[in-house]
Write a protein that binds this ligand. Structure first.
Ligand code: NOJ
Length: 729
């Protein structure tokens, strides 16, 4: 399927874009024909990485001439092609999540996949469904879409469909329970079966349903067994979800030869353990097969899965090869693959912005006579946008976190760059202070009509420590004493606007305590088009339409989850983020799903169909039992833009299960839509509920069960701003 991006941007897509071509039967039949031509040595070659830095990509599989199988390139990452030059750096997953816009998620995936393909990358290592983000400080949460499994699942499915339609194999990672960076190589995730199914497995189930070609098993343990050796967890994918593709180890996450093979791992990466030249597969796997520690049929299964995935996305004909560039030479020399993808990047950098506070119409700005721009986060890192390797610093504006989920900026439009262009047009007098020094900020702001203070908060992968944060964040305060900077500016400027670039929630109480902070703009992790997307919102060429993909609490302890040095018992069970705030009746500062607009919307005409009582088919297909995904009810609502400017609203459908279900969160997101409406216009959102959306995981029968009784239907503008309610039965 070849589609151009522009129609996708203009028209609404269903919440789960149609799964890609997904013809596994044809792919398997080709794979089996090819398998018959391979020797055991060939087969072992196909499942064992060549070794760290032994090929141009972060992971490489040697070519197998007998069947025309090329040297396979596996490359990070979830927001752009890592290390290569002249690629697009998209907003991070968390900002795609905060758009709640499935068209943009798909368009981003398609553009990512197109760039990978043009560079000869066969397997792009993303998107991220784990960490899910149960711990607000978790270092890699920004790589994924949301800590709500439904929103994350929608992000996964649409991204994968886009990527694979463009021709690259997607890799859903990190499976599973890698919720923090501290001790990620040793910690055991001791979660219960129900939490696994209803929270952590959910986004991966959507990925499998979208025909993802590969899944990456994670570094951590699960109930004391390494993730890549946990037959229980790998069976969930291959048996319960009918996953047809292959399971690749995270880099160095393999620990044994036979244990990993027999548990169901299919590809070892990077082969050795980061250059130690010790291969747990390779010749060791050949011996294990000849001594029957690993069956020949298991090896055949690994190879068949890898080949089938390669055929599935059509990489067997006319696929580009990696030419001229390598991860290890600064990525120079490859083709410029950016095309017009900056349009998609800018749309997400704009529509993912969440307006948290806007008193007295402080925003949008309308040709202010004077403006102060304050904070280090307003400008590009003085060492250059790519000045710190793998973004190992928090210098200048934050547009991506750090670690393997990074890419090299082709350019970075910092906030001040874009604001300067606008003030020139408007004839506004601009003063600036581009440090985080409070007294300098106050001096710049004291005589300006409006002051904008830029703050950030960074995190990343645990192999890097930045300003004392070893991957996970040490706290939920703005970095560089941002609260002091805001206090100093707000003390001298009555119209102080705070813009935040953050990997996740921050505690904003100190900032909000100042009456002079009239607006707060949550500008996410926006990638290369940061400033342009921001100016679109600040100056109102577009109304803000992003919604929080997590809760912003009043106090860190309110989340009820934290980074832990020992094994994690997951005692919170199902109650993470808004599920927990609801359970404990804690008032959040800004709840999950919250976001303001420059216009207002009303909700009316809630219509709820009857619940189908038909039994679902138990036939299997990727995603699991086919019947789980039947539409069993529909809910619709009319949304009216009753304000004076155009805008987009995200009506959200939350479901409360009947009391016959065992203890379940009071409400859970089970649908959403994004409607663009001119002032005065109305539109209808229709939510299609699938059997799984109305089920809980029954740990006794080990199956999804639709509980008997009446379901509460809640549709609103956020998880706490429910506008219309009804029942479904
Ligand atoms: C380890 C990271 O966890 C993973 O996300 C990445 O894809 C690999 N390294 C390869 O860089």
């Amino acid at each position: 399927m070849r589609v151009s991006l522009l129609p996708l941007l203009a028209s609404a897509t269903p919440i789960f874009a149609a799964a890609g071509d997904g013809d596994w039967a044809t792919a398997y039949s080709k794979a089996k024909t090819a398998l018959a031509k391979l020797s055991t040595a060939n087969k072992v070659t196909m499942v064992t990485g060549m070794g760290w830095e032994k090929g141009p990509c972060v992971g490489n599989i040697a070519a197998i001439a007998a069947i025309g199988f090329p040297e396979l390139c596996l490359q990070d990452g979830p927001l752009g092609v890592r290390y290569a030059q002249q690629v697009t750096v998209f907003p991070a997953g968390i900002m795609a999540g905060s758009t709640w816009d499935t068209s943009l998620m798909y368009a981003r995936g398609y553009a990512l996949g197109s760039e990978s393909k043009a560079l000869g990358v066969h397997v792009q290592l993303g998107p991220v469904g784990g960490p899910l983000g149960k711990i607000p400080e978790g270092g890699r949460n920004w790589e994924g879409f949301s800590n709500d499994p439904y929103l994350s699942g929608v992000g996964m499915a649409n991204t994968i469909n886009g990527m694979q339609a463009a021709g690259v194999q997607a890799c859903a990672k990190h499976y599973i329970g890698n919720e923090q960076e501290l001790n990620r190589n040793t910690q055991s995730a001791n979660f219960d079966d129900r939490s696994i199914h209803e929270l952590y497995l959910w986004p991966f189930a959507e990925a499998v349903k979208a025909n993802v070609s590969s899944v990456m098993c994670s570094y951590n343990k699960i109930h004391s067994t390494w993730s890549c050796e946990s037959e229980t967890m790998l069976d969930l994918l291959k048996e319960e979800l009918d996953f047809q593709g292959y399971i690749v180890s995270d880099w160095g996450a393999q620990h044994t030869t036979a244990g990993s093979a027999n548990a169901g791992m299919d590809m070892a990466m990077p082969g050795d353990n980061f250059g130690d030249n010790k291969f747990l597969w390779g010749s060791a796997l050949t011996s294990a097969v000849s001594s029957n520690q690993v069956s020949a049929s298991r090896l055949d299964d690994m190879v068949t899965r890898i080949l089938a995935s390669w055929y599935l996305v059509g990489q067997d004909s006319g696929y580009p090869t990696v030419k001229g560039w390598s991860s290890w030479n600064g990525g120079k020399g490859g083709p410029n693959v950016q095309g017009d993808h900056k349009t998609v990047a800018r749309a997400i950098a704009r529509d993912g912005i969440v307006l948290l506070k806007n008193e007295g119409g402080a925003l949008p700005l309308n040709k202010p006579a004077s403006l102060a721009v304050v904070g280090y986060d307003a400008v590009t890192n003085p060492q250059g946008a790519n000045g710190c390797v793998d973004r190992k610093c928090d210098n200048g504006t934050l547009a991506m976190g750090w670690g393997s989920g990074t890419a090299e900026f082709p350019y970075l439009i910092a906030p001040l760059d874009a604001i300067k262009a606008q003030v020139t047009k408007d004839g506004t007098t601009l003063t600036t202070s581009t440090s985080d020094t409070p007294s300098a900020g106050a001096a710049a702001a004291s005589s300006a009509a409006t002051a904008i203070v830029f703050l950030n908060s960074d995190s990343g992968e645990g192999y890097i420590t930045v300003e004392g944060n070893a991957g996970d964040r040490n706290n939920l305060d703005p970095w560089h004493h941002g609260n002091d900077l805001v206090a100093a500016v707000a003390a001298v400027n009555k119209k102080t606007i705070v813009v935040v670039h953050s990997v996740g929630p921050l505690i904003l109480e100190s900032i909000l305590a100042s009456p002079n902070v009239v607006a707060v703009v949550w500008a996410g992790i926006p990638g290369q088009e940061s400033g342009n997307g921001l100016v679109d919102i600040l100056y109102g060429s577009t109304s803000p339409s992003g919604k929080l993909p997590y809760t912003i609490a009043k106090a860190t302890a309110d989340y009820g989850t934290a980074v832990s040095a020992s094994d994690d018992p997951y005692t919170e069970g199902l109650f993470i983020d808004y599920r927990h705030f609801d359970q404990k009746a804690i008032a959040p500062r800004y709840e999950f799903g919250f976001g303001l607009s420059y216009t207002t919307f009303s909700y009316s005409n809630l219509t709820i169909s009857a619940l189908s009582t038909a039994a679902g088919s138990t036939a299997m297909a990727p995603g699991g039992q086919v019947g789980l995904y039947d539409i069993v009810a529909t809910v619709s609502v009319t949304i009216t833009n009753n304000g004076t400017v155009a805008g987009a609203e995200v009506p959200q459908l939350y479901i409360g299960l009947p009391s016959s279900a065992p203890s379940t969160p009071a409400k859970q997101l089970r649908g959403f839509d994004k409607l663009s409406l001119a002032a005065g216009a109305s539109g209808t959102s229709t939510f299609k509920l699938r059997r799984k959306d109305l089920s809980y995981w029954d740990t006794t029968s080990k199956s999804w069960k639709v509980p008997t009784g009446a379901f509460s239907v809640m549709v609103g503008a956020s998880s706490r701003d429910i506008r219309v309610t009804g029942t479904l039965q």
